[in-house]
Design a protein around this ligand. Structure first.
Ligand SMILES: *Cc1c(COP(=O)(O)O)cnc(C)c1O
Length: 360
């Protein structure tokens, strides 16, 4: 078997040991004579998986009792709509910081629900940086301030969060569990699982309990956070296999030494690639400004489209997968989520150095 160096942006790499365990347990999960996928979502065996995932996330992220954890479907993209439907009242304004394509999409959906305001933006610079927390201009009657903690496409990341008198909401789809954060700085956090948490199919929402009291009465049942909060995310059939995989990934994070240890390794992983960029005399040009660099998605361009094509072709031959940049940025992107091993990043950095020598 030849496992690829997987730099996919999402869905993305999963820990090898997690895949192995899922394989071992696939045909007969805990002597039930069936796979997790075939269990009733009302069975005690599934219930244990479900609650274990919830408990592990609570423990790993230090989530206080004043928050609830929901497992939803519809991806982070449905949260772009659910957040304003649940939390943007008629007489209020949803505040958004624009730092990339995902924040733009979140804003677009909020506009369909109510009034919005762009509190800061780096659009004019093709999202090469994160606006300073001091440059955020809130509107009057702000319902919340929405940010995208890591910009998957542009390769920028917030390294300091706004601390303003408003409920902070973060789309953490591409950096949840990659670094230590203080959950209490946020009113609501959401993340599609397929970057750092597991396979696609489940979306994690961490919501401060008092927000549930603000929700209007007439929402469709499935789009109302209260439905999922009061039913322990078991109102209807949850994505049981995705939640099982999430529980295995969370156990893996715990075995690695928790989020603190993961964060340390993520910094080492990103540094080895950024070093290859910084030591290239401009051959590799980073998209993100230095202070806004992402530790999850490293974006860079090469001197020409032709050289980029050659780079991607040679990278592919060497077993590096998923390095083409998003069309709005061009060039290359290495997504180095939690499950991407240090060795893969080191091998990529080494390849980058060797590739450059051809043009020296
Ligand atoms: C991938 C991604 C999304 C979209 O997630 P889906 O689960 O596909 O809807 C949203 N926001 C960010 C920051 C992402 O990286």
């Amino acid at each position: 078997m030849n496992r690829a160096y997987n730099f996919n942006a999402g869905p993305s790499a999963l820990p090898f040991s997690v895949l192995e365990r899922a394989q071992q347990e696939l045909l007969d999960f805990q002597h039930t004579g069936m796979s997790v996928m075939e269990l009733s979502h009302r069975s005690k065996e599934y219930d244990a998986v479900h609650n274990n995932a919830k408990q592990l996330l609570k423990e790993l992220m230090n989530i206080p009792d004043t928050y609830d954890i929901l497992f939803l479907q519809g991806g982070a993209s449905l949260q772009f709509s659910m957040v304003p439907m649940n939390l943007l009242a008629n007489d209020q304004i949803g505040n958004y910081v624009l730092t990339g394509a995902w924040s733009e999409k979140a804003l677009k959906e909020a506009k369909k629900v109510g009034k919005t305001h762009v509190a800061a933006s780096s659009k004019e610079a093709n999202y090469t940086y994160i606006p300073s927390v001091h440059d955020i201009q809130l509107s009057e009657h702000a319902a919340y301030l929405h940010i995208t903690s890591n910009n998957t496409i542009f390769g920028t990341q917030w390294h300091e969060f706004p601390n303003l008198p408003v409920d902070l909401i973060a789309d953490m789809s591409s950096d949840i569990l990659s670094r230590e954060i203080n959950v209490e700085q946020f009113a609501l956090i959401y993340a599609g699982a397929q970057k750092n948490l597991g396979p696609s199919g489940v979306t994690v929402v961490i919501i401060r309990n008092d927000l549930l009291e603000r929700i209007p009465e007439n929402l469709p049942t499935m789009l109302d956070y209260r439905t999922h909060s009061t039913s322990n995310s078991l109102y209807n059939t949850p994505p049981t296999f995705a939640i099982y995989m999430l529980s295995l990934v969370l156990e893996w994070v715990k075995e690695q030494g928790g989020v603190k240890a993961i964060e340390k390794r993520n910094i080492e992983k990103a540094s080895v690639i950024y070093d290859a960029i910084d030591e290239s005399d401009g051959f590799y040009s980073p998209h993100a400004e230095k202070g806004s660099r992402s530790f999850m998605n490293v974006t860079f361009t090469l001197p020409s489209d032709e050289i980029t094509k050659k780079f991607l072709a040679e990278a592919k031959e060497r077993g590096f997968v998923g390095l083409a940049g998003h069309r709005s940025v061009g060039g290359c992107r290495a997504s180095i989520y939690n499950a991407v091993p240090y060795e893969a990043c080191e091998a990529l950095a080494q390849f980058m150095k060797e590739f450059r020598k051809q043009f020296a």
